[in-house]
Design a protein around this ligand. Structure first.
Ligand code: 9MR
Length: 362
């Protein structure tokens, strides 16, 4: 899909040697953007900030209130992932009550700006409303509740969603089904296949994904996903993709095995994607990263991007927010931060330029 990278590199050299006026990195000049630099067929996305941890901050809703933020969002990205606005607790606050306004606004904005939307998420153990987790339901009721939710939410955005994270974080690190997931605990793991079937019925054009963190290297969790994917495909379940969220920390090595992981799912005929990339680091006293830290961070970002570029069916590359101003990281990892590609005022970090150059060269 993204062509033979060696051939592209050779072509670039030929252009340079030939002395032609064509810049070697067409999309990567000073005024380029990530979306313009990206090769055909690869969506470059970001989380669209709102809900979740933002609700506890003093600033107003980022997506609706911060105009410079919206400008960068429109300019730089060809895909948008509602950070919290499509999650159960946000979009389905009462058993018979849906709140679509904020998600509708993102879908409209995306359409106006030529952006795809990644729907996030339909089946997850976290950020579920109390009426669901604390209610008393029979198994039949619970099943009907999940089906109604998926048909209603995926149905509302039918034809407008590029990819849905249908099942999010369903395995723990040992590869066991997470028992915190109310649907899996009460109804058994077979509910995962049903969720995909319902999502496909609601929106036949959306690519339906498994999505998780901690799958950037081979191990029990990746094995569990591969086994599940094989089973779902063998059973004719509409599964179309596997995604690594890729929440990375510089406390651990760069994700140099991510390509191998993605390839395993590509080999099954699935799309792959990076869906929530960020790279957090321990901040020195004063809170400002050193130039060395920023350079290392850039290599983590490009290692993840290179993994996607190297795998044919990897068609979506999303960072989990583009500015530190709104990042979830410091609120969940108090000693770490600076995880995104732009400072609070949207000035670009080395990681931004590294991504753009890598895209332009691909
Ligand atoms: O960025 C999201 C933050 O605003 C929420 O408070 C948090 C609650 O769990 O969820 C964050 O997004 C998560 C995503 O939905 C799933 N993968 C992990 C992300 C980071 O926690």
């Amino acid at each position: 899909m993204k062509g033979n990278r060696v051939a592209v590199a050779v072509l670039a050299v030929v252009v340079l040697v030939g002395g032609g006026a064509v810049p070697a990195q067409a999309g990567g000049g000073r005024d380029g953007t990530l979306r313009k630099a990206a090769p055909h067929g690869l969506r470059i996305g970001t989380a669209v900030a709102g809900g979740g941890h933002h609700l506890e901050q003093e600033y107003p809703d980022p997506f609706t209130a911060d105009r410079p933020y919206r400008r960068v969002l429109a300019r730089e990205f060809s895909s948008a992932s509602p950070e919290n606005q499509m999650k159960w607790e946000f979009i389905h606050p009462g058993r018979y009550e849906y709140r679509f306004g904020p998600a509708d606004a993102i879908v409209r904005f995306a359409r106006e700006n030529g952006q795809a939307v990644r729907g996030h998420t339909l089946l997850w153990h976290s950020q579920n409303p109390a009426w669901l987790t604390e209610g008393t339901f029979s198994k039949a009721e619970l099943r009907a509740i999940l089906k109604d939710h998926i048909m209603t939410v995926a149905g509302r955005y039918r034809g407008k969603i590029h990819q849905w994270d249908v099942a999010n974080e369903i395995f723990d690190d040992t590869g066991a089904y997470r028992q915190e997931n109310i649907f899996i605990r009460e109804l058994g793991p077979g509910i995962v296949a049903d969720a995909f079937r319902w999502a496909h019925r609601a929106d036949p054009h959306a690519q339906l994904f498994l999505n998780d963190y901690g799958v950037d290297w081979p191990g029990a969790k990746v094995d569990a996903y591969e086994a599940l994917a094989r089973q779902l495909l063998a059973d004719g379940v509409p599964l179309h993709g596997f995604a690594s969220q890729a929440h990375l920390s510089m406390r651990y090595p760069a994700p140099d095995q991510l390509r191998t992981v993605l390839q395993r799912f590509d080999d099954l005929g699935l799309h792959t994607a990076i869906t929530e990339l960020d790279v957090r680091m321990d901040l020195p006293e004063g809170g400002v990263p050193t130039p060395e830290q920023l350079a290392t961070q850039a290599t983590y970002y490009t290692t993840a991007l290179d993994a996607c570029l190297a795998v044919d069916g990897c068609n979506s590359f999303t960072i989990w927010g583009f500015t530190d101003k709104y990042s979830w990281v410091p609120h969940f990892f108090p000693a770490e931060g600076a995880a995104t590609v732009m400072w609070d005022d949207f000035r670009r970090k080395p990681a931004y330029y590294a991504l753009r150059d890598t895209l332009a060269a691909a």
